[in-house]
Design a protein around this ligand. Structure first.
Ligand code: SAH
Length: 222
């Protein structure tokens, strides 16, 4: 996979802050060099409100408005690594929960065609503008309830959900291609696990890889 250069690289200060963050991610067990390289170069400070920029390279979630948060870098790295692991190429990926667009950018940097769905119009629009400004062309934005997936562009080699579902939506399983993989946090607040579900010739293989804490996946759009 070839990595494309980013339009905007950011300042020296954010560069060294990112280097430290990547070292932390390595220490916490992230091993996929493609993912680490992308996090090293992505200007996370561009994905949060101005007032939170100083915090952008700490390994924690931050508010992005509308009571939503940009995911913790470790969790973004873990989910992306889980999606990529193994021999199946992931060329077309559906993301549910665009939010700030940071995870979206990580996927786009991998050369993936990304289909990203967000239920909050305000966030979807800000992310769309931001990612266009940063120079991405391989992202398609949907303003919709991601519980239904995005059938017209499916099936997908991978689906990443960045909000916690009470149960795995059937539509997402249906839109997985043969050997497709769904990475999704499932469960009530305080008790969520990150599930990795692989579509097999018959049925699905499921494993749980980490305890996580996401905002809930809601219904409808607003
Ligand atoms: N990956 C994003 C995470 C944002 S938080 C980031 O790092 O910035 C989760 C996002 O999922 C929120 O923006 C929330 O509005 C969105 N979301 C919640 N339920 C959804 C649904 N049913 N369909 C689409 N998006 C949803």
């Amino acid at each position: 996979m070839t990595l494309r250069p980013l339009a905007k690289a950011g300042s020296q200060v954010s560069l060294s802050a990112r280097t430290k963050m990547v070292a932390d991610l390595r220490r916490e067990g992230i091993t996929d060099e493609r993912v680490l390289e992308i996090i090293q170069k992505l200007p996370r400070h561009e994905f949060v409100d101005e007032s939170w920029r100083a915090e952008a390279y700490k390994n924690k979630p931050l508010p992005i408005g509308q009571s939503q948060t940009i995911s913790q870098p470790y969790v973004v790295a873990l989910m992306t690594q889980a999606l990529l692991e193994g021999a199946t190429p992931r060329k077309r990926v559906l993301e549910i929960g665009t939010g700030s667009g940071y995870q979206t950018a990580v996927l786009a940097e991998l050369g993936i065609s990304v289909f990203s769905v967000e239920r909050l119009k305000a966030l979807s629009e800000v992310a769309r503008e931001r990612l266009a400004r940063l120079g991405y062309r391989n992202i398609h934005f949907g303003y919709n309830d991601g519980n239904a997936g995005w059938a017209s562009h499916g099936p997908y080699d991978g689906i990443i959900v960045t909000a916690a579902a009470a149960e795995v939506p059937q539509a997402l399983l249906d839109q997985l291609d043969k050997n497709g993989r769904l990475v999704i946090p499932v469960g009530p607040p305080q008790n969520q696990v990150l599930r990795v579900i692989d579509r097999k010739l018959r049925g699905f293989d499921t494993r749980e890889i980490a305890a996580v804490s996401f905002v809930p996946m809601l219904e409808g759009r607003a």
